[in-house]
Design a protein around this ligand. Sequence first.
Ligand code: HEC
Ligand code: HEC
Length: 350
Amino acid sequence: MRPIGWLLAILVLPASVGAGPLVPFDSVPVPGRESDSPALVELGKQFFFDRRLSGDGTMSCGTCHDPDMGFSDGLDISLNYPTTRNWRNSPTLINTALQKSLFHDGRAATLEEQALFPMMSAFEMNQNLDYLEEEIRAVPEYEAAFAVAFGDPDVTRERIAKAIAAFERTLISRGAPLDRFLAGDEAALSPEAQQGYQLFVGKGNCSQCHFGPNLMDDRFHALMVPENPEHLADPRITATRRFVAKLYGFEDFRTLDEDPGRYLITKEQKDWKAFKTPTLRDVAKTAPYMHNGVFATLDQVIDFFAAGGGENNRALQPVLLDAQERQQLRSFLEEGLTGAEIVIDYPKIP
Ligand code: HEC
Ligand code: HEC
């Protein structure tokens, strides 16, 4: 089921605008947001930027989800705990509150559940959560903040995660030119970006998967994105991949030399190398692209889709796009989908 909000939005849109399945976002509510108190959000923001959350005190969530880099880290394969390597690209946190599942393979269902993964992950923050609870409890300012946000000062990992999730629900990209365009303001997009919009919802077939207010379908597709060559070259990445595969009960984890994607979670053949359709909101800020950052630019991504995706995929068909059309599509992605800047008032860490 898709959110009723945007179904309604489609129904009330005048027929002359928004001919495609994209809908303006500004009026769509953020699920869960109404019950987050300002005190909870503020506490979550402190945790998000607090390096205590990592075992060696060097990394906060904001290290790999940096507000100045579209809440990603600008690398093809994300940063890591010292001496290890990560294996996937750090996705933006913009609009994650609108997603039905999290991670490139969808292995977490809620932001609350998700937040504990990176803290515990051996190759991300590598923190012991029993220890973290004591570390936080020992800080009087945090104790006082828990009392305000939760009604009593008890510090638990679940409450830490709940606060972080509340902060993440505030990272919403609104006011993009696309939204004004869909609401009837034609001048909001340059003529070139308007052509790109037509290609996006028309011949390019992009809106088959990138639709709704968040330009995604909350589904997984095996596009057969090429492997990042670093994956084969670095034994530390091999170790990380096999470690995760072992955790998820992948039988032949010791010989696994590629990313199985959603298959890791479902063990269904159709999900082999399938990854979640990402939001395209603020996509101009979140290079490199795809689950493994294998494409450095939007031009490369567009060339990939125009060619009909990777080898032997069954999700995509080639689309004939000349150089001018590729440029128009890129203008639409860059210009049309960039929302108002999300300004972070950095918290004081106690
Ligand atoms: C060392 C880098 C690193 C750190 C630190 C880190 N993350 Fe991430 N984050 C990633 C990577 C890489 C992924 C994608 C992993 C995957 O899909 O398997 C990710 C995925 C996510 C997602 C899912 C987004 C989506 O679109 O599915 C959320 C939410 C998230 N991180 C929040 C956090 C929070 C909260 C913290 C702090 C508690 C944190 N991250 C710390 C690298 C990091
Ligand atoms: C069959 C569904 C489908 C169609 C059709 C589709 N996409 Fe995607 N798109 C995806 C999936 C799935 C990913 C993520 C793949 C990965 O992470 O390996 C993706 C990734 C992207 C990304 C990278 C975003 C990021 O943050 O990494 C961009 C940009 C993009 N698509 C644009 C387009 C454009 C432009 C078109 C039309 C020419 C298009 N897509 C058509 C499913 C689709």
